[in-house]
Design a protein. Sequence first.
Length: 317
Amino acid sequence: MPGVYRSTRDRKKKGAVWHYWYTGADGRRVWGKGFRDKAETERLAHKLDDEARRIRAGLVDPQEVKRRSESLRSLDDHIQDYRRTLIARGDTAKHAGHTAGAITRILADASIESITDLASDRIQEAIGRLKVARSSRTANFTLGALKAFTRWLHLANRIRELPRGVIGIKPYPTKADRRRVRRALTGPDVLRLLAITAGSDEAASTGPRASYTYRWDPLTIREKNDLIAIAQRAGLSLRHMHHLTAKDIETEGPSPRIIHRAIYRNARADLTYPLTAEDVETLRPILFNRHPTFRLLSDRPRARYLKGLDGPNRAML
């Protein structure tokens, strides 16, 4: 039989909270905090005791009890649990955060507040609005993240079954909705870019917060040209060069390399580009005593370069 009680220090206090105890599904005694009303606490204790007794008798599936308790948690709690699971699997923290953010935004746009309310029609409409506002590729990434999240909910026994309507939503064709077609830089393109950057007096660098701009020792014209040439030989596109910071270039160790962070590509893992011994010797004086968040190349050379291109060539970069 379950029971209720007050702690020794609260017995003489008016309006103190009552506590309860009952025998759990595993046969062990379970204690919990109830209400200020003794009768309400007794009803709660009897309800929990009856539920545990039916589980012990095999009349109730304990997994169903777990799913019911999970459904009472907020949607954000489940998304944060999924983010931690992605990190534990080996994904980068930035990718896991980006994925969790995409799931949060699409479910908020679909007005979904619980894992038991994954309505496919509202999600399809939200994905469609995202496609119009952004692109098919962005919509497909968000849709894939949401499908993976629902599969994880099912495998973790947080929902009874997979929402077929959500899993059945088809991705959009990306070839018909390419907002920008890119190509590799050619030799003349690099020469033209280096000629334009030679007219820039300094390179601005942004710190860890977007609201602050730091201008440590601006790069010289020769240093900027060397950086662009090395990045181009390594295989980075003009857009990727814009993201390079001092911490993305490793000149020490047995394998010097340039790291292209996964967060800039909406991907899970970083890409690395090897550096030659000659490139390492060129980069060492440029990177000496630089802050890790020093932005090596500013936006201005790229913007000025794009202004000089015609429509088709500009769309390819």
